[in-house]
Design a protein around this ligand. Sequence first.
Ligand code: SAM
Length: 238
Amino acid sequence: MEQIIAAGLEELGLMGRVPEDAPAQLAQYGRMLLEKNQVMNLTAIRDPEGVARLHMLDCAALLKFCDFQGKTLIDVGTGAGFPGMVLKILAPSLRITFLDSLAKRLDWLTEVYEDLDGVDNITTFHGRAEEFGLNRSFRDSFDFATARAVADLRVLSELCLPFVKVGGRFLAMKSVDSGQELENAAHAVKLLGGKVVQVEDYPIPGTEITHRLIMVEKLAPTLKGYPRRWAKIQKEPL
Ligand code: SAM
């Protein structure tokens, strides 16, 4: 895994911008993921090469488009730590908060970062994004909110944009066939104070797969009353 990751980071143009030991750290994280996956459902990808490419390098690609050093970031629906843990390993000064509604996955993430040298300044919160987004200490306060494979963009905007400070960015990791999804989310993004400022398609090194990063800038604070309750979000997406 380490060699595939190192070659992939090189191809992404990131070598030299990330810590020297990042490929080794990401490979160790990948090995821990595969090991734990035998007893806990963490990922559908079960081979080391797949983990290296479809998890580690897919998430690493975000560094091509954003500078995370010294910033604050909340990874919403982080699951086994994607993209958050990868970004933290590659940009160690990032101050990261992992949020997920499944406690078991967060407990495992805590084990991971305790095992990885030099990976600190991490906070984990167990709970639902739409509830945390109402909490004043989380609202309008992060430089970045990220999410991969959590929900449709209309719903995701309501879960993620409330966390982002004005001037910060919500980063949604999507597939390249998300054009209609993006159109459908236009109203939600605007209502929640955001504006789509960049859409970047990127190939995942060593694969035929291209993924998409949708970047939404927060232009105005979140309106009172958002996010709404989960039942309402689902029944009447914005
Ligand atoms: N982001 C990871 C990835 O790309 O591998 C995990 C994706 S997994 C399919 C979706 C995760 O989002 C699950 O761990 C689930 O518990 C979490 N989740 C879904 N809805 C959520 C919500 N409203 N608030 C917090 N976590 C949520």
